[in-house]
Design a protein around this ligand. Structure first.
Ligand code: ADP
Ligand code: MG
Length: 399
């Protein structure tokens, strides 16, 4: 595991200036924040640095302004949400470096917090321009990265700054890295991975990496259809990438060589039309899917068998729902397996780590968010980690 400094390595910071990279790319509707999860994730780090007496400067991107000031993408849109979560007044500074920022720092008292403007208003951010990073660092004493979700990008405020200032992982970054290490870095074996979702093509690298890392690979969702088709199963009208059959075969071959058992559903839930509780709904063996039917979920017998697989495992990493869970009853397999994993985790028999945009929603729908060991809300960064890639923002924290 990457060795990195944490806030435990910091004591009194009275009057010191701490640059803290956070994720404030919050979902908004009609000018109001609709979900403050990301602010709540960063709050412990911000408040801890403030309590240690630092002048805390928050760095974040918001939207894709592509190196220009775009008023509708000002980070100030998140200011109310940030103040509400922190329970403190936060000063907004419409700059990221230079004299205006220096002046603002002069006004701040130890423990005060300021929110700096959208890092992506400047071209140097995404270009990871060292001069740009130097201008930001010039005002500060330390750099704290608490935005794992942006760590797959080598940008000035996610990577560059870590080379210019003493760099620390914030509390949420620390928790994420520890959880991910337990899941795939140095996991307790046997390890199971669940990979579902719509398409194989979006997760080729994930599958290819996982078959060399885990003992059981459970494939569900639309991507299972591509694997079933590659094995000669007629999947009817199901979502299926027939041209990827050779790729699916290759992945299964690599799995066999690596001693990884690939689990594909042997019963499935099918329908002739994709709608909630359609009249044509039925459960059948994978070999009995009619030409005008589509597979929309893993069947109950397969789920039971998969739950038994989980009972033999000590670690689970999960990305992608097993079925079209947004539409009833195609959430059944995902909900049932999630509940099995949650129960095993509660008993202390399993470490369960999950991530991915739709996966987070699916597991919340199953009501297991609290029981899982860790659920990552980082989309792209989580997937790149599952692909076995080194994340530049994490690498830069290494000591
Ligand atoms: P994540 O965002 O967690 O990485 P994906 O985006 O890869 O997950 O996949 C989620 C989507 O896959 C969901 O919208 C779900 O409806 C869809 N899906 C799952 N199973 C099927 C299936 N059998 N047929 C069609 N779509 C499916
Ligand atoms: Mg998705």
């Amino acid at each position: 595991m990457t060795k990195f400094r944490t806030l435990d390595d910091l004591s009194d910071l009275t009057g010191k200036v701490a640059l803290v990279r956070v994720d404030l790319n919050l979902p908004m509707q009609d000018g109001a924040v609709t979900d403050d999860t990301r602010v709540r994730a960063a709050a412990p780090t911000i408040l801890e640095l403030s309590a240690k007496g630092a002048k805390v400067l928050l760095l974040a991107h918001f939207g894709r302004p592509k190196g220009e000031r775009v008023s509708t993408m000002s980070v100030s849109m998140t200011l109310d949400a940030v103040q509400a979560v922190l329970g403190k007044e936060v000063m907004f500074v419409p700059e990221i470096a230079g004299p205006v920022l220096a002046q603002s720092i002069g006004i701040l008292q130890p423990g005060d917090i300021a929110l700096l403007e959208n890092t992506r208003f400047w071209k140097g951010e995404e270009a990871n321009d060292p001069e740009f990073a130097k201008a930001i660092a010039a005002n500060a004493d330390i750099y704290v990265n608490d935005a794992f979700s942006a760590a797959h990008r080598a940008h000035a405020t996610t990577e560059g700054l870590a080379h210019l200032l003493p760099a620390y992982a914030g509390r949420s970054m620390e928790a994420e890295l520890k959880a991910l290490d337990k899941a795939l870095g140095t996991p307790v074996k046997p390890v199971a991975a669940v990979v579902g979702g719509a398409k194989v093509s979006s997760k080729l690298d994930v599958l290819t990496h996982l078959v060399t890392q885990v003992d059981h690979l459970i494939i569900g969702g639309g991507m299972a259809n591509t694997f079933l088709a590659a094995r000669g199963v007629n999947v009817g009208k199901s979502l299926c990438e027939h041209d990827l059959a050779p790729t699916a075969e290759k992945i299964m071959e690599t799995a066999e060589q690596s001693g990884c058992i690939v689990h594909l559903p042997y019963d499935v839930v099918v329908a002739k039309e994709f709608a909630a509780n359609p009249p044509s709904l039925r459960t059948c063996n994978v070999h009995e899917v009619a030409a005008d039917e589509m597979i929309l979920d893993v069947g109950p017998q397969a789920v039971e068998a998969l739950a038994d697989v989980l009972k033999t495992c000590r670690t689970l990493v999960w990305n992608g729902p097993l079925g079209a869970f947004e539409t009833e009853p195609f959430d059944m397999a995902t909900v049932a397996l999630a509940k099995s994993a949650a129960a095993l985790t509660s008993e202390g028999a399993l470490v369960s780590v999950a991530g991915g945009g739709d996966t987070v929603a699916a597991l919340a729908h199953a009501g297991v968010t609290e029981q899982f060991s860790y659920i990552s809300t980082a989309g792209g960064a989580f997937l790149e980690w599952m692909e076995g890639k080194e994340l530049p923002g994490v690498k830069a924290l290494e000591i």
